[in-house]
Design a binder for this molecule. Structure first.
Ligand code: ZN
Length: 115
């Protein structure tokens, strides 16, 4: 059985953590089998798709698996759409967190006084 699917998925951009809509195009060739033994005998180019006892194929599961396989491991916006790339030229505001990590000279004085 061969087929193709075209769909859109919404994922999280790994650069700006915003939502990004991606076009997914996937084509597949499946070998229909009843058990693992038959699956092992398939030519390598075919992915096994297992039928149930009535010889029915759960097409939804097959399509779902194909879409999952076609998802990019590192989804991002295109360069002109990504929020992070557009604001990258602006200087990053100093966070209080990074300030807190710096040694404070007054803390050192306070420690000396305690001794
Ligand atoms: Zn982005």
């Amino acid at each position: 059985m061969s087929g193709s699917c075209h769909t859109q998925v919404v994922m999280i951009c790994q650069r700006c953590l915003g939502e990004v809509t991606l076009d997914i195009d996937s084509s597949f060739e499946l070998g229909l089998v009843f058990n693992d033994e038959q699956a092992r005998q398939l030519p390598r180019r075919l992915e096994p798709a297992e039928l149930d006892e009535q010889g029915q194929l759960d097409l939804w599961t097959v399509i779902e698996d194909e879409v999952l396989l076609a998802l990019p491991p590192f989804p991002t916006h295109s360069e002109d759409e990504c929020q992070l790339l557009q604001t990258e030229s602006e200087p990053e505001p100093e966070t209080t967190d990074s300030d807190g990590k710096r040694p404070n000279p007054f803390d050192v004085l306070a420690q000396l006084k305690q001794k």
